[in-house]
Ligand binder design. Structure first.
Ligand code: ADP
Ligand code: ZN
Length: 222
C-alpha cells in the first residue's frame, strides 16, 4: 500500500530533480511524474500535443500554463495515476500552476515541497555538459561519459544532447526560472510546506538528505 505522500521537488534546471524523483518515488512507493518527460515523449511520438509543446521547449520557453495544468489535472483525478500520492518533478513552475495544484488537491494538500538548492554556476556547468540517453533517459556528463562513446551503458541507446541544452536556451531557461519559478518557493515557505536541502554532493547523499527532511516534516517514515 502506498503511504499516499504528496510531494513536489523544486529547484533550478540541472539541480537533479529528475534523478531524485525516481529515487524518492521508489523509496516511498509512490509514482513520479516529470512534465518535461511527458512533453519530450509526446514530441518524440510526433503527436500534435507534443509538437506544440516542443515549439516552446526548444527555445527554452515554458509551455503555457493551461496546457500543463490540463495534463496534471487529468493525472490527479480519481482513478488517475497520481490519485493516491505522488512526487512531481518540473511542476509547478509558475505561481499560477502552484495555485491550481492547491485548488485541484483541495483540503488534503501537498505534504511537502522539497527545494534542491544548487548554486547557479554548478547548474550552468551540469546543463552545458549534460547528455541524455534517448532510450532510458539516463543522464551522463561530458566529463563522465558512457564506456563506449555515446552509447548508453544501461540500454545501448544513443546518448545525445537535449535540444534545449544549448547555451542560448540554457541562459533563457535559468532567467525564466528566476522570474517565474523562484516566487513559488516563497509561497511554499509562507504556508509552512517548504523543505530545503543542500543539492551539492553525490546523488546518494542528496537522496539521504531529502528522505530525512521528508520524514522529519511529515512524521511518515518510508
Ligand atoms: P529542465 O528542468 O532541465 O528545463 P524539464 O524536463 O523539467 O527540464 O523541462 C523541459 C521543458 O519542458 C521546459 O523548459 C519547459 O519548456 C517544459 N516544461 C516542463 N514542465 C513545465 C511546466 N510545469 N510548465 C511549463 N513548461 C514546462
Ligand atoms: Zn539508456
Amino acid at each position: 500500500m502506498s503511504n499516499g505522500l504528496r510531494l513536489v521537488l523544486l529547484g533550478k534546471q540541472g539541480a537533479g530533480k529528475g534523478t531524485q524523483a525516481v529515487l524518492v518515488a521508489e523509496h516511498c512507493g509512490i509514482p513520479h511524474l516529470s512534465t518535461g518527460e511527458v512533453f519530450r515523449a509526446q514530441a518524440g511520438l510526433g503527436t500534435a500535443f507534443g509538437l506544440e509543446a516542443k515549439r516552446y521547449m526548444d527555445g527554452g520557453d515554458l509551455v503555457p500554463d493551461d496546457i500543463v495544468i490540463g495534463v496534471i489535472e487529468e493525472c490527479l483525478a480519481p482513478g488517475g495515476m497520481l490519485a493516491d500520492g505522488f512526487v512531481l518533478d518540473g511542476f509547478p513552475r509558475t505561481l499560477r500552476q502552484a495555485e491550481e495544484l492547491d485548488r485541484v488537491l483541495g483540503r488534503r494538500s501537498l505534504d511537502a515541497a522539497v527545494l534542491i538548492d544548487v548554486p547557479h554556476a554548478v547548474v550552468q556547468n551540469r546543463l552545458a555538459g549534460r547528455r541524455v540517453c534517448r532510450g532510458c533517459q539516463r543522464v551522463y556528463h561530458v566529463d563522465l561519459p558512457p564506456e563506449r562513446p555515446w552509447i548508453c551503458d544501461t540500454c545501448g541507446g544513443d546518448v545525445v544532447q537535449r535540444d534545449d541544452d544549448t547555451d542560448e536556451a540554457i541562459g533563457r531557461r535559468l532567467e525564466i526560472y528566476e522570474r517565474d519559478t523562484a516566487p513559488i518557493i516563497e509561497m511554499y515557505r509562507l504556508s509552512g510546506r517548504l523543505l530545503t536541502v543542500d543539492g551539492v554532493g553525490s546523488s546518494e547523499e542528496i537522496f539521504g538528505r531529502i528522505v530525512a527532511a521528508i520524514e522529519a516534516a511529515t512524521g511518515v517514515s518510508c
